[in-house]
Design a protein around this ligand. Structure first.
Ligand code: ATP
Ligand code: MG
Length: 460
């Protein structure tokens, strides 16, 4: 699909040059030499990106960006400015621009930015569409993601929600197992009954049995009243057995029996209770390995592993990272009564490259911290804690190629930027030493820093 770009500049020479260049790159360009023509061009609703000059005769480019934000939020904006003061940049980004470039700029750099903002815009739009369909179907508005990994989870949730099949959710810590368990329950016919969670790792072993099955008064010391267990509370609904991999062998036997017979006896009672519960279990342990090591019963494993859903770690679905960041930025800004900050493209790149060992939970916490500590509205590389600057320790990080393709030039360009920034950080911004580290001539390095406007990253 051709990118639809609106170029707004009151200098005819610049306008013409940009139009020619972007058309050559395969974009469909609409030129506009003033504010009013730009507004007119936006009316069709097809424009994906507006490249806006800061000065438009007697009008202001920032004003146009604000107008676009209001009337055509699906359009991304990049501001072009003649003088790259930080104030202008902040104003542009506050108004909702994706980024800004300082004239004169290299066309390659501009193209890079254009492609990035269009990729981002398309991912956002795809997520919105996906949600629109899903909202009708199941109201999964809390689950953010467009990666193939997340899409196949949506599919599975869709398929299993309305059955009574036992589901086993597998995935590293923080990948969203609980979120998916909720999605399954709330999209099932049991949604008007309760979802009862039990954290098998948090409850001491000797209490877990009565927690699950209940007890009668006097069943053991301390059992002063009769208590209903979680199984019974979940009758007609769903029982979520979280951290199932941490259940003691003794309880595993009891649980297996209940799952087979759908009935159990509360502790100390001769009465047997029959229940109708749907089981969803979750663990971050490798249960197959635990079965081999004989810490988890094989028969119980097969009982639970009817429909396994494996949630991939975040590092295997990097396309979701920018969307998750936006999602949490929006949420934490709202909760803290702050205006939502914008993340510079360089900073977003760094966050996307990080390996996120704590998965979505780690990302959620990182964004909360950024929102709380931030006083202005731009989150740049310098705001990131140290750990993000090293991309998780790998030199070659794996690249995900989205369905709509990826720009070879951008990826290579980003990688070069990262190498340069890392060398600079390592040498406390000493260009001589950084050049030596990268086995480059100093002049080559300085030239690259200038051309890529990396100084701005450093300063911003
Ligand atoms: N795809 C997602 N979209 C939005 N938020 C998500 C997503 N996945 C996870 N989260 C959020 O990340 C946090 C961790 O998710 P959750 O508690 O479901 O993970 P978990 O797999 O159960 O982790 P653990 O194994 O540590 O219990 C939650 O706050 C959850 O809302
Ligand atoms: Mg959990």
């Amino acid at each position: 699909m051709k990118s639809q770009i609106l170029v707004v500049d009151d200098e005819p020479v610049v306008l013409k040059a940009l139009e020619r260049f972007l058309t050559e790159q395969g974009c469909e360009v609409t030129p506009a030499e003033n504010f009013d023509k730009a507004v007119k061009a936006l009316e069709g609703g097809r424009i994906e990106l507006a490249l806006v000059d800061l000065k438009l005769g007697d009008r202001d480019g920032i004003e146009l960006v604000q107008h676009i934000q209001k009337t055509s939020p699906q359009t991304a904006c990049i501001i072009m400015t003649g003088h790259g003061s930080i104030d202008t940049a902040i104003d542009a980004i506050k108004a909702g621009a994706f980024h800004y470039v300082t004239k004169p700029f290299q066309f390659d750099d501009l193209l890079n930015l254009v492609q990035k903002s269009i990729e981002h815009q398309r991912a956002r739009e795809e997520n919105r569409q996906l949600k629109k369909q899903l909202n009708l179907k199941y109201g999964l508005e809390n689950i953010v993601g467009v990666s193939d990994g997340i899409k196949s989870i949506f599919d599975l949730v869709d398929k299993v929600a309305d059955t009574d099949s036992t589901v086993l959710l597998l995935g590293e810590s923080g990948t969203g197992k609980e979120l998916v368990a909720k999605a399954i329950h709330y999209n099932s016919r049991r949604s008007n009954r309760t979802l009862v969670p039990v954290n098998c790792a948090a409850i001491p072993e000797d209490l877990l049995e009565s927690e699950l099955f209940g007890h009668v008064k006097g069943a053991f010391t301390g059992a002063v009243v009769t208590r209903t267990g979680r199984f019974e509370m979940a009758d007609g609904g769903t029982l979520f057995l979280d951290e199932i991999g941490d259940m003691s062998p003794k309880l595993q036997v009891k649980l297996l029996r209940v799952l087979q017979e759908r009935r159990f006896e509360p502790v100390g009672s001769g009465r047997s209770v029959e229940v109708d519960v749907r089981i969803i279990a979750a663990t971050n342990k490798n249960l197959e390995k635990a079965v081999k090591e004989r810490t988890f019963r094989e028969d119980l494993f097969y009982r639970l592993n009817v429909i396994p859903i494996r949630i991939p770690p975040l590092r295997e679905r990097k396309t979701d990272i920018p969307l998750l960041i936006e999602h949490f930025l929006e949420r934490f800004s709202r909760e803290n009564g702050k205006k939502m900050p914008q993340v510079t493209p360089e900073c977003m790149q760094m966050l996307s490259r990080y390996s996120w060992p704590g998965n979505v939970r780690e990302l959620e916490n990182a964004v909360e911290r950024l929102v709380i500590l931030k006083t202005d509205q731009i989150i740049a590389v310098k705001d990131l804690p140290e750990k993000f600057l090293h991309g998780g320790g790998k030199i070659f990080t794996s690249v995900n190629i989205p369905d709509h393709g990826i720009s070879f030039k951008n990826v290579v360009n980003d990688f070069e930027n990262e190498l340069i920034l890392k060398a600079l950080e390592k040498t406390a911004w000493n260009k001589n030493k950084a050049a030596t580290l990268l086995k480059l001539n100093r002049t080559t390095l300085v030239e690259k820093i200038k051309r890529r406007q990396l100084e701005k990253v450093i300063l911003s």
